[in-house]
Design a protein around this ligand. Sequence first.
Ligand code: ASP
Length: 327
Amino acid sequence: MKTLLTLALTSAMAAGAFAQGFPSKPITIVVPFAAGGPTDVVARQLAESMRAPLGGATVVVENAAGAGGTIGATKVARAAPDGHTLLVWHIGMASTASLYRKLQFKALEDFEYLGMINDVPMTLLGSPKLPANTYRDFENHIRANGGKLNLAHAGLGSASHLCGLMWQSAVKLDKSMTTIAYRGTAPAMNDLIGGQVDVMCDQTTNTTSQIEGGRVKAFAVTTAKPLSGHKVLKDYPSLQEMGLKGFDLTIWHGMYAPKGTPADVTKKLNDALKVALKDPEFIKKQEALGALVVNDARATPAGHKNFVAGEITKLKAVIEAAGQFAD
Ligand code: ASP
């Protein structure tokens, strides 16, 4: 009995001492996609703004790409729950729960939710070689040539995969395009620019500068309404306006730690996240890319987890209607 009590006291003291000393080594943010893509951009900008509120800690980004983000997420779910290994992931945390029948982690059970980061619209893009210049011409071109064209995406279960599925199911193509999976948007975008693939739907975080530079063609945005306030994206119609009733897809990012990370450590991380989300530099950089940083209510662990639970239910219906799986 006495031994048990001593043990309990010792571990409680150790936990306290540990949290006080947190972080005791560099913090790694795992991005489950290739470097240079939308999730990577968000994580790197956030890492920069979280350094100061974490007392000048070293915060590095590690890309663990593959399988639509599920490889990196599995890695974090299995990492030591000490706050030094974190995950920044997007809507995939909710969509892969339905897109994959076999996953190595459970979205709502295997992570500590640290808070949401932003909301990001998507854009429907074509290679510069496509003959179409307007959404109408684009849709007609795909309808007529669907079977011969390629749709690039960032991996099975990625946001771009989800968007491509939703769009093809909404326009009811006779012949769907051949899908080509990459390890993230960055390599997929290179091939779209080069014309090796024809179509891609992806987050504005990565597409805005390519659209502005004329390296890809943009046809529509995936949000219910057009992005009228945005310098580059304001000229593109929403898919709803183009007749795709109810089409409304916004990607969001959140931050996670492995389940079992001590509460005082997750509190420190959440506090640092909230400070970063108010950093004017971070906000400015995100807005330039069409992303909107979330408010305090959504940056709480409870607000974040509730939101993801709702998205899992919502996306299950959408994915079942599209009738496709990633595995
Ligand atoms: N935007 C990608 C996706 O479609 C992932 C990425 O590279 O960030 O999921």
